[in-house]
Design a protein around this ligand. Structure first.
Ligand code: NAP
Length: 653
């Protein structure tokens, strides 16, 4: 059997020496799994002399010794040459038990049976469900089923691909001029993803071209543009157009969605179902600081980075240093005359030596030419941060947390590990170490990836980290409450987003004209993060309670959600439903379970005063507390017992 072309494997044409040199750069644990496919021989993963010694997030070589890696490569080379010479013919594929064994091997762990279904579908070795770029024709039963998707970021684009595949007419309304959402908008210096790129992509569009292990914004933007083009989604998009309101009509089972384009022209779009894919971290949260309008120079929020302003040789004040500020500061530090970073709360960071590393040619080659190498590399990245075990962020009720610094023995160990990483980098500067040491438990907010660039930046002569509260902004700079004045030519507000204001500022009116923002108040919720009682045929992607603070990728979550939503949409079409609406009971039960669970997690801990995960009352409605495999199992198929299904859409009953 030839290597299937599911993921675009390209036949090998390189000569022996070239291949030998390229193999020096590959992830060896990944190679060993690949060799089982290429040879049909399981001994590659059973030989204790060449075996990963352990796996840790972003560790691609499994702590194998240099000798073991060299041995594995030397053994693999002739087999790869033979595979090339026989024209890419593969032996019969490994069976399910061997696949499980391979997972345990590369993950250096026992992959439990309950996690297995998620891991198998992630690996997707047989390419199940890969969408075709060719759209089927729209059939008569679907012609009168227009769907409006709000937003063309990663989730909206995904919704478009699935709707197109199902032959359902749809329109994606996007406020930006192109796709990609956050990766379209955030163009600030240093913007890059902090989930490994080979996992932070659609499972069916794995992309072997990433130039860095953690891609920068321009490459991510290109990726989403390329996917849009491949599946012909652009023909369905209305860019530079914003949804302002949407209202549901119970009598007809139809939504009307009002949109306003860049010229201010307003139009009403009919929809039988609406999918909100608006993202949760794109509406800027500007601070309210006295004198902000008095500043004489340019000032902007990080998501509105003004590329017309040349920061080189200027004095820059960076207000806010969460995930965004953390990336901006090291990127611009060498180019500015002075950088003053105002940070209200210190951040925890996770050591990641690969954070800025390019993907070597050998890895790119293996991803492109060795069947299944890409699938196993994705697994290797996914598994250690898969969020299948949430014991780490869980608060131990018997733990003495009176100092607010840890929530369990494991959490204290994490704190000490992170602290030693920070102390090693700072060296002999106890004052700086005290300034950058968080006063809340490790992982309590979003833990940032770091390869030393952040702390390295803070030790530069022209950089100052200010932890003192800001008093006001004046014409020429920023003054802190202790009276110090920091001159600035440019101010960047990296102060985050209105995370708790879901679907804001749109006005969404459901049955009886109930407004969604009033229904939610300060406590947004959705059954499985997707559906809300009173709002039939409305589905959220990346809705309340679905952000991830403990590993995983939002694209994974979006794939779970669209699977579920498409099942709902198909049910509406099949039964000609006027309304598919989650019951109050299912919603309340889910919400209560989610709150109970999230309340036991470190993110809710009392010691964390400022966190965009929390609402103004300090409770959390933004995050998912569920392990990824549990969420995937729940979203594989809707349980229609949890919905009111009201028929008679076209008959107008
Ligand atoms: P953020 O994490 O909310 O950080 C905002 C920063 O501004 C914090 O330092 C915050 O201080 C500070 N701040 C907010 N209001 C302030 C005020 N009134 N006065 C002084 N300081 C104030 O926002 P973000 O950095 O934009 O990141 C938001 C989320 O976007 C992240 O959690 C992540 O999910 C995503 N993101 C991801 C990446 C990536 O993948 N690489 C990059 C950027 C962003 P406190 O900490 O005290 O609130």
């Amino acid at each position: 059997m030839s290597a299937p072309d599911l993921y675009g494997f390209v036949p090998i044409t390189d000569d022996d020496e070239t291949i030998a040199a390229l193999l020096d750069q590959v992830s060896v644990p990944t190679l060993l799994c690949t060799m089982v496919h290429l040879t049909g021989d399981p001994s590659w993963i059973r030989d204790d002399t060449i075996k990963p010694a352990g796996l840790f997030l972003n560790e691609y070589q499994g702590f194998m010794s240099e000798e073991a890696k060299a041995e594995a490569r030397a053994r693999a080379l002739p087999e790869i040459l033979a595979f090339r010479d026989r024209g890419g013919v593969l032996p019969p594929p490994p069976g399910p038990e061997l696949i499980h064994e391979m997972m345990c091997f590369i993950g250096c762990a026992d992959i439990p049976d309950d996690v297995l279904p998620m891991m198998l579908s992630e690996l997707n070795l047989d390419g199940t469900g890969i969408p075709s770029p060719d759209a089927p024709p729209i059939t008569d039963d679907r012609r009168d089923f227009p769907v409006v998707v709000i937003g063309c970021g990663q989730s909206g684009l995904l919704a478009g691909i699935k709707l197109r595949e199902a032959g359902i007419p749809f329109t994606i309304v996007e406020k930006n001029a192109g796709p990609g959402g956050t990766w379209w908008e955030n163009s600030y210096p240093g913007a890059r993803v902090d989930v490994g790129s080979h996992f932070y992509c659609y499972s069916f569009e794995p992309a072997d071209h990433w130039t860095e292990y953690f891609s920068q914004q321009p490459e991510l933007r290109q990726y989403f543009e390329a996917v849009m083009g491949k599946y012909g989604i652009d023909a369905h998009c209305r860019f530079n157009t914003e949804v302002t309101e949407a209202a549901f009509d119970e009598a007809t089972g139809r939504w009307t969605v009002w949109v306003r384009d860049e010229n201010g022209t307003v139009e009403a779009l009919p929809a039988r179902a609406v999918i909100s894919a608006v993202g949760a971290l794109n509406r800027p949260q500007l601070p309210t600081i006295d004198g902000m309008d008095d500043f004489a120079g340019p000032s902007f929020h990080s998501i509105r980075w003004d590329h017309n302003v040349d920061y080189r040789g200027r004095k820059v004040a960076l207000i806010g240093a969460g995930a965004t500020g953390f990336q901006i500061a090291p990127t611009i530090a060498d180019d500015v005359a002075q950088l003053t970073v105002f940070q209200r709360t210190a951040q925890w960071m996770f050591p990641n030596p690969n954070y800025h590393e390019p993907v070597p040619d050998g890895m790119k080659w293996a991803l492109r030419h060795l069947p299944y190498f890409g699938r196993w590399f994705r697994f290797l990245i996914l598994w250690p941060g898969a969020g299948t075990d949430l014991a780490g962020p869980r608060v131990d009720p018997n733990w003495d947390d009176a100092d607010g610094l840890s929530v369990s023995e494991r959490n204290l160990a994490t704190r000490n590990f992170f602290l030693s990483f920070m102390a090693d980098q700072i060296g002999d500067d106890p004052e700086l170490l005290a300034k950058v040491t968080p006063d809340y438990p490790a992982t309590g907010k979003r833990t940032l990836q770091d390869n030393g660039s952040w702390l390295g930046c803070l030790t530069k002569e022209n950089v100052e980290l200010v932890r003192t509260e800001i008093d006001c902004i004046e014409e020429r700079g920023v003054r802190t409450v202790d009276g110090r004045f920091f001159e600035a030519d440019i101010i960047c507000y990296a102060t985050g987003f209105r995370h708790n204001d879901y679907l804001w500022p749109m006005e969404i009116r459901g049955r009886g004209g109930v407004r969604l923002n009033e229904f939610w108040g300060d406590e947004p919720g959705a059954y499985l993060g997707m559906t809300v009682p009173g709002f039939p045929n409305l589905f959220c992607m990346y809705g309340p309670g679905t952000n991830l603070a403990s590993g995983g990728s939002l694209i994974f979550h979006s794939e779970c959600q669209i699977t579920y939503i498409m099942e709902c949409v198909e049910r509406i079409i099949r039964d000609d439903l006027r309304m598919l609406e989650v019951t109050e009971e299912a919603y309340a039960d889910y919400d209560q379970r989610l709150r109970a669970e999230i309340g036991q997690m470190v993110w809710s801990h009392w010691s964390i005063r400022n966190s965009h995960y929390k609402n103004r009352n300090g409770t959390i409605h933004t995050l998912s507390p569920w392990p990824l495999h549990v969420y995937q199992a729940w979203t594989r198929q809707p349980d229609f017992e949890h919905f009111h299904l009201v028929g008679g859409a076209t008959r107008g009953e």
